[in-house]
Design a protein around this ligand. Structure first.
Ligand code: ACO
Length: 432
């Protein structure tokens, strides 16, 4: 009702000084006459417009004030709800108080009383607008009101999201994303709905297949991915990543800091040689280099063969992870030619030193080449792109995060104090 009345006032006067909505509730905090008398004392206000409702007797306080001549400014009033008389029984209108309790509380009775007390009362709500217009113009003619100049309101720019929705504009996008869409009822991974992922019992390997490779790889491939994750999840507290995480946890840092400090050690020497192993093994195999030519050419360039060598594993102390992955691939992959190439490279490097074994990075790197080349789901261009971008270290990063988080919790559980490396374990020397 307030909005409607302000709209009427905006159309036929030069503006509204103050609008207040009172009543409507059974126990309002102030009365109509309180406000009309207050507004009557404000010099800038020249005309008072009242919109009442059937029910209650508040308008009679205004009737009394008018009768007693307490209101010097013209009052235009209309009490809505005249239609209540058309109903046979009592009707509850919108507000708690808007209920015609008896004849005196009817809209008709209140309009009549207001008119008799001197208010300008139209014959219907529709009559309110012309009544206000006439009264306003009269006050202008009498010089009581000097109309203020109409200001053209600044136009509000169209809301971008509604303009896009209605197809009127096309906003430039700042991010392109092709792996996941969360705009529908449920998010999708490469077009596969989350409910499907659950219904079809997808595993982590399937989700990696969707989010990294943007396709559903066959189960033997996703199982291989899962094996890589399981087997690389941890390798004891002494390796670079776990050591860093343990030291950070003992320094009282939060989980993410502990995890990140461990992850930051992953690189060409520790866990991050999978991509390079895949690159070099692929190149050497595709160029049909003999192991001798390959290893010696790398030596000539001063580059260690990625995927070869281990700190503790050796010819007589084989890495179980490598054996398990090789066994699985030999019995499930259509072809393991890259892995076999890596194995003959290993035979050659082992002839040089017993710790120059095919390590887990080299095993995963070469087997992933086999997976990509033999599952018939990737074009040559896509394989080159995967190797070029370097997806495969992601497997180690993801896997090892599991272990690093475990080490963080382990240190906390054990309430381990701040770590300090023992002096006796450091060679203090001026001559190195
Ligand atoms: N290719 C060729 N020669 C090698 C290689 C290699 N990959 N690794 C070691 N050697 C040689 C060294 O040149 C060295 O010979 P030199 O003294 O005549 O120069 C000798 O073997 C011993 O080297 P070390 O540095 O003592 O070997 P270390 O045991 O410290 O290194 C490491 C282990 C870091 C893994 C090393 O073998 C390497 O850099 N490999 C390539 C990177 C790699 O595959 N990293 C992943 C490891 S697996 C994992 O982290 C999960």
């Amino acid at each position: 009702m307030s909005n409607e009345l302000y709209n009427v006032l905006a159309r036929v006067t030069d503006g509204l000084y103050e609008g207040i909505a009172i009543g409507g509730d059974v126990y309002p905090g102030s009365t109509l006459s309180d406000h009309v008398l207050r507004l009557n004392n404000i010099p800038q206000i020249k005309l008072i417009v009242v919109l009442g409702e059937l029910g209650g007797r508040d308008e009679y306080s205004l009737v009394e004030a008018l009768k007693q001549g307490k209101v010097s400014k013209p009052v235009i009033a209309w009490v809505s709800g005249t239609c209540a008389k058309l109903f046979k029984s009592e009707v509850q209108f919108g507000h708690a108080g808007a209920k015609s309790g008896g004849d005196l509380e009817s809209a008709q009775a209140k309009n009549k009383a207001l008119e008799e007390a001197g208010a300008i009362v139209p014959t219907s709500f529709e009559g309110l607008e012309p009544a206000i217009k006439i009264a306003f113009q009269k006050l202008v003619e009498d010089g009581v009101i000097l109309p203020t100049q109409e200001i053209v309101p600044p136009s509000v720019p169209e809301d971008l999201s509604s303009a896009i929705k209605s197809g009127k504009v096309r906003a430039p996008t700042h991010i392109v994303s092709t792996i996941c869409d969360d705009r529908g009822e449920e998010p999708t991974y490469a077009g596969v709905a989350m409910s499907t992922i659950i219904e079809k019992d997808f595993g982590v390997g399937d989700v990696i297949s969707l989010l990294w490779f943007k396709r559903s790889l066959p189960r033997y491939c996703t199982k291989f991915i899962e094996m890589c994750i399981l087997l690389c999840a941890d390798h004891g507290p002494c390796v670079s990543g776990a050591h860093n995480t343990i030291v950070t946890s003992r320094a009282g840092k939060d989980l993410v800091s502990c995890l990140v400090s461990g992850l930051l050690t992953i690189g060409p020497r520790f866990g991050g040689a999978i991509d390079d192993a895949a690159r070099y093994f692929k190149d050497a195999n595709d160029r049909k280099l003999s192991p001798y030519e390959f290893v010696e050419s790398m030596k000539g360039k001063g580059i260690r063969v990625p995927g070869i060598g281990h700190r503790i594993k050796s010819r007589d102390n084989r890495d179980k992870r490598v054996e398990l992955l090789q066994q699985y691939a030999r019995s499930h992959f259509p072809s393991v030619k890259y892995m076999e190439y890596a194995v003959i490279v290993e035979t050659y490097t082992l002839s040089k030193a017993s710790n120059l074994v095919l390590n887990v990075d080299g095993c995963i790197g070469s087997l992933f080449l086999d997976l990509l080349a033999s599952c018939a789901m990737f074009s040559q261009q896509e394989i080159d792109e995967i190797i070029e971008i370097g997806y495969l270290n992601g497997l180690f990063v993801l896997a090892r995060s599991i272990g690093l988080i475990g080490h963080t919790f382990d240190q906390r559980r054990l309430k381990q104090p701040l770590y300090r490396h023992p002096w006796e374990d450091v060679l203090y020397s001026k001559y190195v």
